[in-house]
Design a protein around this ligand. Structure first.
Ligand code: 5GP
Length: 211
């Protein structure tokens, strides 16, 4: 076994909307080609810039229920009135091939994934304050006063779950948040659990010493 051979890391990134998750995820995938993005199934309609099987596997509610009942998903959740789920077997296959897999899923999904994919690294990206989160959401100019209010309430509910994540990254400065995410990923890739046989294969080179 080569010193660089290992199984893949499942990296789950959650954040309230406006915390900077999408920017950080794009950067991680660009810098580390070993990453695959986990393509979820969803019952929502594609947006104009989205492609089937690249952004999502867009399916009907009936198909979703069928797959869910057949145990197809590693996790699933209803978010903003639509269903979303992560395919279990496809994910396992990628990880065993040594691909790192990035999951952009909501908090309910993350709590299921930590059971179905043991060893998943769970990262929560936090805003520095409520005021700053509100400022960023307003800056996007995509929210009505009501949807802004709703997003802030949802952010509070999601952050109540932050305590069981492995890592918190406070995004008050994008460059620093990026450095922290990068460091977290590199640290995760050094875990002995990703290459349990490596030390044994190394020790075979020492076997003659004890003969
Ligand atoms: P959007 O519809 O804007 O792409 O995603 C809406 C929300 O659904 C985001 O918070 C995203 O993280 C979450 N989401 C996307 N795919 C999945 C999934 O497979 N499982 C879960 N639990 N949430 C997902």
């Amino acid at each position: 076994m080569s010193s660089q051979q290992r199984s893949g890391i499942a990296l789950v990134i959650c954040a309230p909307s406006g915390a900077g998750k999408t920017t950080l995820i794009k950067r991680l995938i660009k810098e580390f080609p070993r990453f695959s993005f986990s393509v979820s199934c969803t019952t929502r309609k594609p947006r104009s810039n989205e492609e089937q099987d690249i952004d999502y596997d867009f399916i009907t509610k009936k198909e979703f229920s069928w797959r869910r009942d057949a145990g197809y998903f590693a996790e699933w959740a209803e978010v903003h009135g639509h269903f979303y789920g992560t395919p279990l077997e496809a994910t396992r296959a990628l990880l065993s091939q040594g691909r790192d897999v990035l999951f952009d899923i909501d908090v309910q999904g993350a709590s299921q994934l930590r059971r179905t994919i043991p060893g998943a690294r769970l990262i929560f990206i936090l805003p520095p304050s409520r005021r700053e989160l509100e400022r960023r959401l307003k800056e996007r100019r995509t929210e009505t006063p009501e949807s802004l209010r709703q997003r802030l309430i949802t952010a509070g509910t999601e952050m109540m779950q932050a305590y069981w994540f492995n890592t918190w990254i406070v995004n008050d400065d994008l460059e620093r948040a990026w450095e922290e995410l990068r460091a977290e990923y590199i640290a995760a890739s050094l875990s002995p659990s990703l290459r349990p046989a490596f030390v044994n294969s190394l020790l075979e080179e020492w076997a003659d010493d004890n003969a």
